[in-house]
Design a protein around this ligand. Structure first.
Ligand code: ATP
Length: 618
């Protein structure tokens, strides 16, 4: 054991160093720790009657100080416990608070919140703008300048008067500085040859969507235009583009390689062809007057020869009407550019920016080199798409005639319960209701072929059109039906949107589409431009109950007769005390977003697309 390790002993020095060694053991005092000594002293003092500090009566100032200390200590403890509160405790409290808040909410509020959550989850992440604009953060803040001005008497009109005109025509508008409605084509300053041409075709005064939509488009504004089927939307977005092209041509005539000024995008080849034909007719009316230059228009759709399109490109190009696929092809091959393109319109826009075309549209936008005026038109435009579109446009004006997705009131809607096996026979009976022309819709391509065959066998002149037919077959069907050579056209959904056939008397929906929007478009092939028509729809136990409920509400909204088998279908939302609101995804009135058939279909397609991409394509 080293010196240092030995237990230390306390030694008391002897008075004389001589006696030191002898006395060492006697003088030894064992070491007592200080705490022990204090305890002993305290015990002694207590024996003598002296109380410890703890027990002795306190002075008032000591008591006050102690109270203060106690308060401080308590606060410290509370703070500590606050900090130490577990996540679980907090979660429990949040949960309890939410439960209390929830119990105060109405069923409608809860449903609204649930819808908002689903909407948020399915929200398109990328705006409808070109990748370049998105990457560079380019965001235009003001609409394009326009040289067009309404006539002075319209400019002098008060806001109240403008609003009264809108109310008279049931036009709803939303947006900043909405241009005034104008009730005559002449007052809109549309070139006289076009006004004359329209008159000659019994188009004398603007329809509601035209009298508000055309001035808004002439003013250079981005527009979301919603109006029922057959209400004249095509003229609303074509005339402003023709005027823009005329203005540009007047400034500096276009030569080969220049243009186009604007583009109209359509979801189907048939619709693009029809719009193109309209534009060409109106442009010819202008040129034939001798007062205006000839405008050059090109139709870019798949299934027609590129040579035909190339011929039109030997001159300066003013207007392009296209379907997305062929347009992208032409742009990539640099057949023309969008360097000076200022106008982009999408017809049946909800379809264009929703089902499958969205990426194509964004791709097309990336070919624009400058700000453009964007116009979106449709008869159906669910809230989800309206919101998405609004985010992507610049100070847009919403022009709405009637509820988006509502049926045209000029169509008499008849819904009949027909057993599956009785449909064909009953169809013949139904065809007797009106004289031709009649359109029959079926969701299924094979069924379209079967119906046509059956009708041909029965001696009825019928043509058929669906996605699997060749372009020639499709063109032939449309042409012969339009000309009146054929009495009946049997079609799948492809022919339902936007196609404008003369005076269709009767639409027969052989198989009810799942999505109510498709039904609205299909019955909308009759009852166009102010005329009346009939739509007969076959339903049976194969029709999903939710679709029947959508149908029931649509009939009620349009003031149509609701058959007893539809009246008896109860809306589960009413039992839960929920009010009937349009589904934000498809506009159907019979269901909420959580059981929307369109959402289901979109998700199915998206998953299928992912599978295709993952496996490198089937
Ligand atoms: N102001 C008008 N007065 C009378 N008829 C008109 C007028 N404007 C357009 N039309 C006619 O109404 C018919 C339907 O027009 P259009 O095809 O533009 O309807 P739409 O609103 O686009 O319908 P959809 O939603 O089905 O595409 C056309 O034949 C057109 O010539």
């Amino acid at each position: 054991m080293s010196e240092d390790e030995r237990p230390k002993r306390r030694r008391i020095r002897s008075p004389s160093p001589a006696k030191q060694d002898d006395d060492d053991d006697e003088n030894y005092v064992p070491y007592i720790p200080i705490a022990k000594r204090r305890e002993e002293k305290l015990a002694k003092l207590q024996m003598w009657g002296v109380r410890s500090g703890k027990d002795r009566p306190k002075k008032p100032e000591e008591e006050a100080a102690e109270r203060e200390d106690a308060v401080k200590e308590e606060e410290l403890l509370r703070e500590k416990s606050r900090k130490e509160r577990t996540l679980l405790l907090e979660a429990q409290q949040v949960h309890m608070k939410k439960a209390v808040e929830d119990s105060k909410k109405t069923a409608d509020q809860k449903a609204e919140e649930a819808d908002a959550e689903i909407l948020e989850a399915i929200k398109s992440r990328r705006k409808l703008a070109s990748d370049l604009e998105l990457a560079q953060g380019i965001r235009y803040s003001d609409p394009l300048e326009s040289s067009w001005r309404p006539p002075q008497f319209v400019r002098d009109r008060s806001d109240e008067k403008n609003q009264a005109i809108r109310e008279k025509y049931h036009i709803l508008v939303d947006g900043d500085d909405v241009p005034p409605p104008i009730e005559s084509f002449r007052d809109m300053k549309i070139p006289e040859p076009i006004v004359q041409f329209l008159r000659a075709n019994k188009i004398n005064s603007p329809t509601p969507i035209q009298l508000q939509g055309i001035p808004a488009a002439f003013s250079g504004r981005d527009i979301i235009g919603i109006a029922f089927t057959g209400s004249g939307k095509t003229l609303t977005f074509c005339i402003p583009l023709i005027m823009l092209a005329l203005e540009e041509e007047a400034k500096m005539p276009f030569v080969q390689g220049e243009g186009p000024v604007g583009i109209i995008l359509c979801p189907s080849r048939e619709l693009a062809s029809q719009t193109f034909d309209n534009i060409v007719t109106w442009c010819s009316a202008l040129a034939q007057s001798g007062k205006y230059p000839q405008l050059n228009c090109v139709l870019c759709i798949g299934g027609i020869s590129m040579n035909e399109q190339s011929r039109a490109l030997n001159k300066g190009l003013h207007i392009v009407v296209a379907t997305p696929g062929r347009l992208i092809d032409m742009l990539e091959k640099k057949r023309f550019t969008f360097n000076n393109c200022k106008y982009l319109c999408m017809d049946e826009a909800d379809r264009m920016i929703d089902l499958g075309f969205e990426d194509d549209v964004r791709n097309i936008m990336s070919f624009f080199k400058r700000q453009r005026q964007t116009l979106l038109f449709s008869a159906t435009m669910p809230k989800k798409i309206q919101d998405f579109a609004r985010e992507s446009l610049i100070k847009p004006i919403l022009v709405n005639v009637g509820r988006a997705g509502a049926a045209n009131l000029d169509v008499l809607q008849v819904v009949e319960y027909v057993k599956q096996e009785a449909k064909m026979v009953y169809l013949l009976e139904c065809l007797q209701k009106t004289p031709p022309p009649v359109i029959i819709f079926s969701e299924n391509k094979n069924e379209v072929d079967d119906i046509q065959e059956y009708l041909l066998l029965k001696g009825i002149e019928a043509v058929a059109i669906h996605g699997s037919k060749t372009q020639e077959e499709r063109q032939y069907a449309i042409k012969s039906f339009k000309s009146g050579a054929k009495d009946v056209m049997v079609a799948s959904g492809v022919a339902s949107k936007g196609l404008d056939f003369n005076d269709i008397q009767h639409v027969i929906i052989f198989s009810m589409p799942k999505e109510i929007e498709d039904y609205v478009h299909q019955i909308g092939r009759t009852g166009r431009s102010g005329k009346t028509g009939i739509a007969t729809t076959f339903v049976n136990m194969n029709t999903p109950e939710q679709t029947l409920l959508d149908l029931k509400y649509l009939l009620m909204e349009a003031g149509q007769k609701v058959p007893p088998f539809l009246t008896s279908i109860d809306d589960p939302r009413q039992a839960q005390g929920l009010s009937v609101q349009g589904c934000p995804v498809c506009g159907g009135l019979g269901h909420g977003i959580s059981n929307c058939p369109k959402l289901e279909e979109t998700q199915r397609r998206t998953m299928a697309a992912h599978r295709t991409t993952d496996t490198g394509g089937y």
